[in-house]
Design a protein around this ligand. Structure first.
Ligand SMILES: Nc1ncnc2c1ncn2[C@@H]1O[C@H](COP(=O)(O)OP(=O)(O)O)[C@@H](O)[C@H]1O
Ligand SMILES: [Mg+2]
Length: 319
């Protein structure tokens, strides 16, 4: 049996909006698990709560409600020194390394920082050796450590971001659109690097992307989000081949070069994504769903488990 690394239950994150009584329901009661060694893909349109979920998973922000366990221990209630110790085990790689790297620091200074904070007994020589090793791991050259972020290309900067994430040998890494800001020609190189590093460091990934081809290439399981909720979660095969949820079908039918549904037709999503300040009643997807029934307008469907383990939140009779 696979071992659960991260266990998320009934997680909510509401942000204040202009209207005091109506918060932004960025994440609205989601539950899922991530197994050790896997890559869980998180997909969904912009604003559906992917990044918020990633940050919550690392306890980088306080949830409004819900519980997060990492290796069985409650993460959401951890503070101070305990959380600082935990931080070594979990890292995040952001979309835009330029924004996440300090422009005034050399690569050496950036990569030395985790060691200075967490391994205070390390000497400068030891840190230098570690930083040089790290930079080699991500395919950069030793002389690169004395350069500043602006002296690098986007792909090289993301390599520095990856080096920083793996510096302390983490177990779990959230990759939040790590290649979305890069040229398509560079994307594949960085994705290959992320895959190599996962092998070498025995990592578990939560991989957030709106690019369904990258998700298909990289992930073992996929979680499909819509308006702060999980509409479907299952193995990559179940999501891409069976595509039970009408939203999953619509999302997948929009990508070229991925096998289409039986009819082979593109399913157009009509209407805009509703606002997370005022989500629709019942199933959040019902106003855009081509199979919408009366019950869908009234009752929010719970995630139901299918025979193959996929869980789908839909009132349709699915098998
Ligand atoms: N700090 C914040 N304050 C207020 N609203 C936020 C904040 N962060 C995110 N949101 C809102 O929460 C929703 C989900 O955002 P996000 O998690 O960034 O989605 P995604 O990563 O899927 O694009 C959006 O409506 C966004 O505007
Ligand atoms: Mg995001």
């Amino acid at each position: 049996m696979s071992e659960v690394l991260l266990d998320v239950r009934h997680l909510k994150k509401y942000f204040p909006s202009g209207d005091r009584n109506r918060p932004v329901k960025a994440v609205d009661d989601i539950s899922f698990q991530i197994f050790r060694g896997e890559t869980l893909g998180v997909v969904g349109e912009s604003g559906c709560g992917k990044s918020t979920t990633g940050r919550l998973a690392l306890n980088l922000m306080q949830p409004t409600e819900g519980e997060i366990r990492f290796e069985g221990r409650r993460l959401d209630v951890m503070r101070g020194k305990t959380m600082r110790e935990m931080r070594k085990q979990m890292q995040i790689i952001f979309q835009d390394p330029y924004a996440s790297l300090d422009p005034r620091k050399t690569v050496f200074q950036t990569l030395a920082e985790p060691f200075r904070i967490h391994n205070r007994e390390m000497s400068r020589e030891e840190i230098h050796r570690e930083v040089t090793r790290l930079i080699g791991c991500v395919g950069l050259r030793p002389e690169h450590i004395y350069r500043y972020p602006h002296e690098f290309s986007g792909g090289q900067r993301q390599r520095v971001g990856i080096a920083r994430a793996i510096a302390l040998n983490p177990k779990f890494v959230v990759c939040d659109e790590p290649v979305s800001a890069l040229d398509v020609s560079i994307q594949a190189q960085v994705i290959n690097l992320l895959q190599d590093i996962k092998q070498e460091y025995n990592l578990t990934y939560m991989f957030i992307s709106h690019d369904l081809r990258i998700i298909k290439h990289l992930c073992d399981r996929v979680m499909v989000m819509y308006l702060g909720t999980v509409v479907e979660i299952g193995s990559k095969e179940a999501i891409y081949e069976r595509r039970r949820h009408p939203y999953t079908q619509a999302l997948l039918s929009a990508i070229p070069n991925i096998r289409q549904t039986d009819t082979g037709k593109r399913i157009l999503l009509t209407g805009d994504i509703p606002s997370p300040i005022n989500p629709p009643s019942g199933c959040p997807f019902h106003p855009r769903c081509r199979y919408c029934m009366d019950v869908c307008k009234r009752e929010k469907p719970a995630l139901r488990e299918m025979e193959d383990g996929t869980r789908v939140a839909c009132h349709l009779e699915l098998v």
